[in-house]
Design a protein around this ligand. Structure first.
Ligand SMILES: *[C@@H]1O[C@H](CO)[C@@H](O)[C@H](O)[C@H]1NC(C)=O
Ligand SMILES: *[C@@H]1O[C@H](CO)[C@@H](O)[C@H](O)[C@H]1NC(C)=O
Ligand SMILES: *[C@@H]1O[C@H](CO)[C@@H](O)[C@H](O)[C@H]1NC(C)=O
Ligand SMILES: *[C@@H]1O[C@H](CO)[C@@H](O)[C@H](O)[C@H]1NC(C)=O
Ligand SMILES: *[C@@H]1O[C@H](CO)[C@@H](O)[C@H](O)[C@H]1NC(C)=O
Ligand SMILES: *[C@@H]1O[C@H](CO)[C@@H](O)[C@H](O)[C@H]1NC(C)=O
Ligand SMILES: *[C@@H]1O[C@H](CO)[C@@H](O)[C@H](O)[C@H]1NC(C)=O
Ligand SMILES: *[C@@H]1O[C@H](CO)[C@@H](O)[C@H](O)[C@H]1NC(C)=O
Ligand SMILES: *[C@@H]1O[C@H](CO)[C@@H](O)[C@H](O)[C@H]1NC(C)=O
Ligand SMILES: *[C@@H]1O[C@H](CO)[C@@H](O)[C@H](O)[C@H]1NC(C)=O
Ligand SMILES: *[C@@H]1O[C@H](CO)[C@@H](O)[C@H](O)[C@H]1NC(C)=O
Ligand SMILES: *[C@@H]1O[C@H](CO)[C@@H](O)[C@H](O)[C@H]1NC(C)=O
Length: 556
């Protein structure tokens, strides 16, 4: 979410910063990240990434402006980076944990992330960002709660549950990433959907399924995230309506739903009232926007258990919309609006920051497609497949002003190269300018795009090609602010972002295969002002990669 910090005077800003320091808490965590062969979420043995033995990993439970210290011990046999999906890292892309901002933590090493959940509220999750490791787990929920002084726009639920739901491959992630890249093979559709790391109710191999216990008459909040690798899912609870209240840090206009589509990388909060008779009910997540009629078992089923229930869940699973009904999905997406009158991280109503009257200073039209070239499968943005340099971009800026590592603005952002290539795609974003990002999906399957460092305003969705005329269909009145947006097959999605957060920011596909094979770029937002209240200097524990260590030794 963007805030008009620029409109505050410097003194006022200092006061605001001071008052944050008074009520913000420090949270210290130690994480042991390991490969575990004994978890077996499905019938076959495969390595699963655990945190302190847990899969999914532990909840990071914070309140606006808390400072989180996570000391990550890498017990894997390969480099590791953790990223914090949707946490904006204000003025501090050094903590973002993607290949363009941080050197990886090598096996046997540890590194402490320190970041503030500044000016944010909402539901998010973390996951390992490199080497296709997300396919093996390592993810977990993040909550940012309202400060006490700011009202939450709905009654306090009796309890909150985090539901991390995602598709699951049976292949170990190292095999999956090889298959994904090889032109002569295809990574097959995932076979399973797990709910909080657990298999489906009623399957012979599932040791246990997810079950949440409720008390009749009480209100509950579910924080649902799609932590999968590629499938969008439709979520529903048998015999219960849901009320949508939040998405990725924004309170939404409350709408009543029978079911909710959640795309890869997205998070939502819904409320529901346990207003049925004492019994057990199904919780279901089924793939959407893809035809899986030949894999009827590809679904996640858990149980909503009423405390005094004596009967098992029964009857057919609640039906969702038709799997290929795009109209349902798009019209639901368009109905998710910002609640303009409620406060969020601050008491100001969210509507104070509306986009009705903004002047856009940059437009990027980003075509994503799949191409085979250079003996490998690639996913490209405007025909460029991202090439990860051995020195992270952010570190390169610090050590050598970027030179020798990447060339800023070397690739077109408003059109496409006429040939496919690999390259380190970094584009300038104008500091404190509004950017319009158009994501065009040239593939025949769902995609979703995420921007680190910002919340963006989801202003439009459309089929076919985008053209400037498509702007007439935008919702500039009350678009919701979030950080991941779905893009329908052969369609486009449009967002606005206010680039008030200097740093090196990852713009990526959340679909793991696309991301791993090059569908990403970076937006560099540069503020020349060295005032310490501006972008933060590198942390004291700045991690260097092997190459940089050599360079620094030679310098001294
Ligand atoms: C971390 O996990 C590994 C593998 O499970 C174990 O060998 C090691 O002792 C653990 N380390 C700590 C500090 O808990
Ligand atoms: C999370 O933190 C809030 C605020 O401190 C607290 O009320 C709540 O009980 C915590 N929840 C969990 C699951 O720890
Ligand atoms: C590694 O862990 C030790 C022990 O907890 C800690 O003192 C040290 O600061 C950590 N190293 C880094 C780079 O964070
Ligand atoms: C991979 O999938 C694509 C699209 O479905 C198909 O055209 C291609 O033949 C497949 N390749 C192999 C090796 O199966
Ligand atoms: C549970 O398993 C039984 C026996 O395999 C099957 O008939 C029934 O349809 C299953 N129910 C669900 C909800 O999957
Ligand atoms: C979806 O909406 C379009 C345009 O409104 C309409 O032409 C089409 O028939 C609809 N498709 C379905 C499956 O309802
Ligand atoms: C918006 O939030 C306010 C509280 O600030 C609440 O009273 C109102 O019902 C919400 N509006 C909708 C449409 O959800
Ligand atoms: C949006 O902001 C404009 C000023 O830029 C203001 O006039 C308008 O009332 C705001 N709209 C809403 C719905 O708050
Ligand atoms: C903002 O735009 C609306 C219409 O989109 C217009 O009525 C209003 O006058 C504008 N406000 C300002 C402050 O420019
Ligand atoms: C691609 O080719 C078209 C037609 O020849 C040309 O107009 C366009 O400028 C080219 N684009 C780039 C980025 O070279
Ligand atoms: C991308 O490059 C290929 C050649 O590899 C070319 O055929 C195609 O037209 C290019 N795509 C666009 C959108 O320019
Ligand atoms: C193919 O890969 C090689 C080695 O990574 C690289 O040098 C070359 O530029 C690539 N070719 C294209 C067209 O990207």
């Amino acid at each position: 979410m963007e805030f008009s910090l620029h409109s505050l005077s410097v003194t006022c800003l200092m006061l605001v910063l001071l008052s944050f320091r008074i009520d913000a808490a420090d949270i210290f965590l130690e994480w042991n990240v390991s490969l575990d062969w004994n978890i077996k979420p499905v019938s076959s043995k495969q390595p699963v990434i655990t945190i302190n033995g847990m899969f999914p990993g532990p909840l990071i439970n914070t309140t606006t402006n808390d400072v989180v210290h996570v000391n990550v011990f890498n017990n894997l046999d390969e480099p590791l980076l953790m990223t914090w999906n949707g946490i904006q890292q204000r003025l501090n892309s050094w903590q973002d944990g993607v290949s363009g901002t941080n050197c990886p933590i090598n096996p046997g090493q540890n590194w402490t992330y320190v970041f503030q959940v500044k000016d944010q509220i909402g539901s998010f999750f973390y996951f390992p960002s490199i080497n296709f490791q997300k396919a093996a787990g390592g993810f977990g929920p993040i909550r940012v709660n309202n400060r006490d002084v700011i009202l939450v726009p709905f009654p306090k639920p009796k309890e909150e549950f985090d539901l991390l739901i995602g598709d699951w491959h049976v292949l170990p992630h190292k095999d999956a990433r090889q298959l994904a890249a090889r032109p002569s093979t295809n990574l097959s559709t995932p076979r399973y959907i797990l709910i909080n790391g657990k298999g489906s109710y009623n399957t012979s191999w599932a040791k246990n399924h997810e079950s949440i216990q409720v008390e009749q008459g009480k209100l509950y909040r579910l924080r649902i995230s799609n932590v999968g690798t590629e499938l969008s899912f439709n979520f529903r609870i048998q015999s219960h309506k849901m009320i949508l209240v939040e998405t990725e840090g924004s309170y939404t206009n409350q709408i009543v739903l029978d079911s909710l589509d959640v795309h890869v990388g997205q998070s939502y909060s819904v409320l529901f009232k346990a207003n049925q008779r004492d019994s057990d009910y199904y919780i279901v997540a089924t793939p959407t926007q893809i035809d899986t009629t030949n894999s009827p078992d590809l679904r996640g089923v858990g149980v909503l258990h009423y405390m005094n229930s004596k009967s098992h869940a029964s009857g057919p699973l609640p039906p969702g919309p038709n799997q290929l009904d795009r109209n349902f999905s798009i019209s639901q997406a368009k109905s998710i609006r910002w609640n303009m009158t409620t406060g969020a991280a601050r008491p100001n109503p969210q509507g104070t920051f509306n986009v009705t009257n903004v002047t856009v200073s940059q437009t990027f039209v980003l075509h994503a497609s799949e191409n085979i070239f250079n003996s490998s499968r690639h996913f490209t943005v405007n025909n460029v497949s991202y090439l990860t340099p051995s020195t992270p971009l952010k570190l390169a800026d610090y050590l050598t002003n970027g030179s020798g590592v990447y060339q800023l603005d070397a690739f077109p952002v408003a059109s496409s190269l006429n040939e496919t290539t690999e390259g380190t795609f970094v584009a300038s974003g104008i500091h404190k300018g509004w950017i319009e990002l158009i994501f065009k999906n040239d593939n025949s399957f769902m995609d979703s795009w995420h921007l680190d460092g910002f919340g963006f305003y989801a202003v439009g969705f459309g089929d076919g090609d985008w053209s400037p005329r498509s702007r007439s269909s935008y919702n500039l009145f009350d678009p919701v602010v979030r950080s991941t947006i779905q893009v329908y097959p052969n369609g486009w999605s449009a967002v606005y972002a206010y680039l008030d957060n200097p740093g090196m920011w990852n713009l990526r596909s959340q679909r793991l295969q696309n991301w791993y094979l090059g569908e990403e770029m970076y937006i560099r937002v540069f503020d020349p002002d060295k005032n310490p209240a501006k972008e933060q200097p590198p942390p004291n524990n700045l991690l260097l990669c092997e190459k940089n260590e050599i360079r620094i030794t030679m310098k001294s």
